[in-house]
Design a protein around this ligand. Structure first.
Ligand code: AR6
Ligand code: MG
Length: 364
């Protein structure tokens, strides 16, 4: 409680901004490397150095569906002051139809948008439920956009956070892994909001707390007999246990990356990306990483996430959200030169401020 009181003042405003910018920057910087087969250390080091230099001409970076949908959720919460599935569905579809630029939406989520529009949003949850023969999507599209829920409902209890994360996710993703991935990312971001940036992150403690919370949601499924035959019982919690082991390993070697890719993954499935993003954040905030030359933990987090290859924009964005929610917003972490290259910075900042002003903990 003492830690909460200390953080919940001016620092919280900075953390809201840091989190929303973390989503944006991870997304913008990761996008050029999406599906690249593990970009080399040298290429990435140069890319980040160039973005932070004012003398070298660098490309303008656009954000993708991760940021676009995150902003839709923030706008909806600000307007409605609660989770409103129909309002959200309308905003997602309107934003999707706003393309170009091509924001790289998942192939199947586009189908949901078209059905929502054709049905005039009559039942905003039906199209998602019908996906993949009724099993729903297990993509990371729910997790990638969850930050505003963690910010808005901070300090309102684990159950409420999880329930709200589920509600916004179900508009497009109804598979248990799609939903639980969003719940996990939401719980992890909220936890970051209460960390004192000066104290740094303690990986073991952070994970213990997160595992205890996540087991509440994954345990419920076992108790209620919701698991299909052959389905892993608590897949997210078990990956968090694995991460704890990785962080404790002696002589953190370069070949750790192979284990990360094999055991955690770096793909579009929520299960193969949310634990990975959490690992990137914890690794980068607790040690230096070979071949990543920077003293900035936010840059280290995003650079490491992108170095894994695969779904680089989304894993970069999710890891960036965690790092930004921990550190807050300052030039030291988000250099002005780098922000100037990214689209959507002003929007992210003003949404962060409005979310804080309208959130129940602030208005209570
Ligand atoms: N059965 C088989 N394949 C599935 C299933 C399932 N139940 N669920 C998902 N897939 P989608 P997203 C596969 O379209 O989660 C973008 O780059 C299927 O191949 O719901 O919103 C975003 O930025 C499907 O097309 O999208 C994210 O990084 C794919 O997973 C990423 O894509 C994605 O599911 C996922 O976005
Ligand atoms: Mg993406």
């Amino acid at each position: 409680m003492r830690a909460m009181a200390l953080v919940d003042g001016l620092l919280m405003a900075s953390k809201f901004r840091g989190c929303m910018l973390g989503v944006l920057v991870g997304d913008c910087l990761g996008f050029p490397y999406e599906d690249d087969v593990k970009p080399s250390y040298v290429v990435l080091q140069n890319f980040f150095d160039t973005l932070e230099s004012s003398t070298v001409k660098a490309p303008r970076l656009i954000y993708t569906d991760d940021t676009a949908m995150t902003h839709c959720i923030a706008e909806s919460l600000i307007k409605k002051k609660e989770v409103d599935a129909r309002d959200l569905a309308k905003r997602f579809v309107k934003e999707y139809l706003n393309q170009p630029p091509d924001r790289g939406y998942g192939i199947h989520v586009r189908e949901v948008f078209h059905k929502l529009r054709a049905s005039k949003f009559e039942d905003p949850l039906r199209p998602a439920r019908e996906q993949f023969g009724g099993s729903g999507s297990w993509g990371n599209g729910g997790a990638m956009r969850i930050a505003p829920i963690a910010l808005f409902y901070r300090g309102q209890g684990t159950q409420l956070l999880g329930d709200m994360a589920r509600k916004v996710t179900e508009v497009t993703h109804t598979h248990r892994n799609g939903i639980n991935g969003a719940i996990l990312q939401c719980l992890a971001i909220e936890q970051c909001l209460w960390l004192d940036p000066k104290e740094g992150v303690k990986g073991g403690t952070f994970l213990e707390e997160l595992i205890a919370k996540m087991e509440l949601f994954e345990g419920e499924e076992n108790d209620n007999g919701l698991l299909g035959r052959g389905e892993e019982a608590k897949p997210f919690s078990s990956r968090l246990h694995y991460i704890r082991g990785l962080l404790q390993r002696e002589g953190k070697a370069i070949d750790e990356k192979e284990d990360v890719l094999m055991k955690l993954g770096a793909g579009i499935a929520a299960l193969a990306s949310v634990p990975t993003a959490i690992f990137c954040f914890l690794r980068a905030h607790t040690t230096t990483i070979p071949n990543i030359e920077t003293s900035n933990p936010l840059r280290r987090t995003i650079q490491y996430a992108i170095s894994l290859g695969g779904d680089t924009d989304t894993i970069g964005s999710m890891a960036g959200a965690l790092s930004g929610a921990t550190l807050g917003y300052s030039d030291e972490y988000f250099s002005k030169k780098m922000l100037k290259r990214c689209d959507g910075v002003d929007e992210a900042l003003s949404l962060a401020d409005e979310l804080l002003a309208k959130s129940p903990r602030t208005t209570a």
